[in-house]
Ligand binder design. Structure first.
Ligand SMILES: [Zn+2]
Length: 714
């Protein structure tokens, strides 16, 4: 199953601390009236006005939006009337509409379709957003009002969602440092500004490093094994960079690169792997190591200021796992079985290399290729033979949408009248089971040089009954764009990614909250990947698979024996695919367990030692992300949170086991899951929600079994 995924959400007040560097010269201000973010869009569902938004609109919209919200917040904080739920919390929820609009749209395009102008805006605006957030959460008068309400919460006769909103606000204030004295608040503000600048710098360096890191090949013969379509795509990619006649294999954001499973020429494999491994460690302007080492130090200092022993402890305090020890202990329970499986797989692959008539020692750039041979030999399954059955648009409409129809009664209609930010983006209107409009959904599937790596979901518009908004959601992926005239054939791993990101989308679309702060995917990191990973299970459901896996030329359904082979092969190579994720998650926790007084770290030395401590075979199975290109933790808000993908896998496998015990793919089961999990946002505690659905606490058993690692299993 794919784990290339991440998610970015930007809440009303939980402004993502994405971004930045030194401020640039101010641009001429646009009048508020002319700015497309000044008022709610008049398009259906308040869809963004990509038909009129210009790059030059963002910066003035941010400035104006922050100014308006600060005035609104000042009015709330200085209200002479005694604090009430309405004049404080509801007023906060209504504040910052313009800023929210520009925020949601800007961070989507700067991630998915950036350019120099947008990068400059991000660089300038990121530290300002961090300061803006501090101006709200470190405002003592505002905090006193929230605290006064919180202290007498039992006597306020609040509805459950209101009580939860009060609790969440109070905890956000504490988490943000509202209880610090003035001197410490000043220190915190300076740290937050610096951190947001470093995070932007990391993100921008990495995009440039990944672009520069692509492998250029002169001789077609060196690409033997890749297949005609992939070679045509490589020629097309080279053309896009004015390298006519050559071939370009662009880098994916992970350590392993897809082409490594097919390239016959070992030297080309090694070259491609090393381009990826060292992409952000070239000693040039795109080298991220100095940025990382400073980020780690400053985060540790921030945690200390807020009363925590390290940054991981600070981050996990409001997550489902609560402590780094719980997250680490959970992963530690997998290590013995996982390390043994890695040894077994490595030996099997070394054996395959020998059978192939070769005498070299297995290296990471050989793993995927020879694992593919083992897979063929063991399961007679050829990844290449699957692709004709996975045409992207068919998978989307007849698979992803069909599953949502069978489980939840949703229907989808293509809208070509809604403006998009890039010509490849598809838009659909989503209709609920009772025929009422549910929301709007955008899909941006193809890789571009100006897109961040990986796959993610977020909202252009978040759902709120108070604000009268319905969800406008998007999915972004990085699938290889076919050469002109060719069908978009994707791998089964890409299919899984589509189901995954759409699981996030369902969480966003089913949001049914009064308050945006609690709405949809505004939940903890180690809960938010639960709906997405749960949705991956339907990719292999017999009824769903039969509906979408059809040969793009003949329309024939995938033969039963091929389906059977995919299922049998599902637990293949888990020592690798689970191992690389566990290694990355443990590396993340170790970076963020540094105490504030630790010296500045040498990134490579720290990483080497941290990986050695995992107890896994990290030489054959390198970490999925090296520190220097670990975007999740240095640029995208998953710091000390990468373990969440594994934690939520425990939740989703348990839930899928529940479905299997109760009749599988039925509307009744779907409606129950929607009612108890997908529509709830953060209106309850995560453990409470999960126990209500599942009937008990989460259990690691089904996850290990699914991975073929059950202690009693094979
Ligand atoms: Zn995800």
């Amino acid at each position: 199953m794919t784990r290339t995924v991440l998610l970015g959400t930007v809440g009303a007040l939980a402004l993502a601390a994405l971004t930045a560097a030194p401020a640039l010269a101010a641009k001429p201000a646009t009048t508020a009236a002319a700015n497309p973010f000044a008022a709610a869009s008049t398009l259906p569902f308040e869809a963004p006005r990509f038909d009129i938004i210009k790059d030059a609109d963002y910066l003035p919209a941010f400035k104006q939006g922050m100014k308006i919200q600060l005035a609104e917040v000042k009015k709330i904080a200085e209200n002479p009337a005694a604090p009430t739920f309405d004049n404080t919390l509801v007023a906060m929820e209504r504040s910052g509409r313009m800023l929210d609009r520009v925020n949601q749209v800007f961070f989507s395009v700067v991630s998915a379709n950036t350019n120099d102008a947008l990068d400059k805006v991000q660089t300038e605006v990121a530290p300002k957003l961090a300061q803006h957030q501090d101006a709200i959460f470190l405002n003592p008068k505002l905090f006193q009002r929230v605290k006064a309400l919180y202290d007498k919460r039992d006597s306020l006769n609040l509805e459950p969602e209101q009580a939860q909103l009060l609790k969440v606000y109070y905890e956000q204030f504490i988490h943000a440092g509202a209880q610090l004295n003035d001197a410490d608040k000043a220190k915190l503000r300076a740290l937050n500004t610096k951190l947001s600048s470093l995070e932007t710098a990391f993100q921008q360096k990495l995009v440039a490093a990944a672009k520069a890191g692509g492998l250029v090949v002169d001789d077609k013969a060196k690409l033997a094994g890749m297949g005609d379509n992939a070679i045509a795509a490589a020629a097309e990619a080279a053309k896009g960079r004015k390298l006519d006649g050559k071939y370009l294999i662009p880098l994916q954001n992970t350590t392993q690169q897809p082409a490594l499973s097919s390239l016959d020429d070992r030297a080309t494999r090694q070259a491609l792997f090393e381009r990826g491994w060292t992409r952000a460690e070239m000693g040039d302007a795109n080298d991220t190591r100095a940025t990382i080492s400073e980020l780690a130090t400053l985060r540790a200092q921030k945690a200390k200021l807020l009363g925590f022993p390290n940054y991981a402890a600070y981050v996990l305090a409001d997550q489902m796992a609560v402590t780094p020890e719980a997250a680490q202990g959970f992963m530690q329970r997998m290590v013995p079985a996982l390390a043994a499986e890695q040894k077994r797989e490595a030996a099997e692959i070394q054996e395959q290399i020998k059978k192939d008539g070769q005498d070299f020692t297995l290296k990471p750039w050989d793993w995927a290729k020879y694992a593919e041979q083992v897979r063929k030999a063991k399961y007679d399954l050829d990844e290449g033979a699957l692709k004709p059955y996975f045409e992207l648009h068919t998978v989307l409409e007849e698979g992803v949408f069909y599953a949502a129809n069978q489980l939840y009664g949703l229907t989808f209609k293509r809208r070509t009248d809604i403006p998009v930010y890039q010509a490849d983006v598809l838009v659909y209107e989503v209709t609920d089971k009772d025929g009422s409009p549910l929301g709007l959904m955008y899909f941006d599937y193809f890789k571009r040089d100006n897109k961040s790596g990986g796959a993610w979901m977020s909202n252009f518009v978040q759902q709120s009954k108070l604000l009268g908004t319905k969800p406008v959601v998007y999915n972004v992926c990085n699938f290889t764009k076919p050469a002109p005239g060719q069908p978009a054939l994707i791998s089964f791993s890409d299919v899984t990614t589509m189901f995954h990101e759409f699981g996030h989308a369902l969480h966003g679309l089913f949001a049914n909250q009064t308050y945006q702060t609690l709405s949809g995917t505004n939940v903890a990191r180690d809960f938010v990947e639960f709906p997405s990973q749960f949705n991956e299970h339907w990719a292999l459901d017999p009824k769903i698979l039969a509906h979408y896996a059809k040969n793009y030329q003949t329309g024939q359904a995938m033969p039963a024996e091929l389906v059977e082979k995919i299922k049998k092969a599902a637990t293949f190579n888990q020592g690798y695919s689970l191992g690389e994720v566990v290694a990355a998650a443990m590396l993340d926790l170790q970076w963020h367990s540094l105490p504030a007084d630790a010296p500045k770290q040498d990134v490579d030395a720290f990483e080497k030692e941290a990986l050695a401590k995992t107890g896994l075979d990290v030489d054959d199975v390198p970490t999925r992300y090296r520190s220097s290109y670990f975007l999740h933790i240095w640029g995208n808000g998953y710091a000390a949170g990468y373990y969440a993908y594994l934690w939520t896998e425990m939740l989703d496998d348990d839930s899928y086991a529940w479905f299997k015990e109760h009749g599988g793919l039925t509307r009744e089961n779907g409606d129950r899951f929607r009612e108890m999990i997908l529509s709830k946002g953060h209106t309850e505690d995560y453990g409470t929600m999960f126990r209500a659905f599942y009937g008990k606490d989460p259990d690691i058993g089904p996850m290990l079994e699914n991975r073929g690692l059950a202690p009693e299993g094979k």
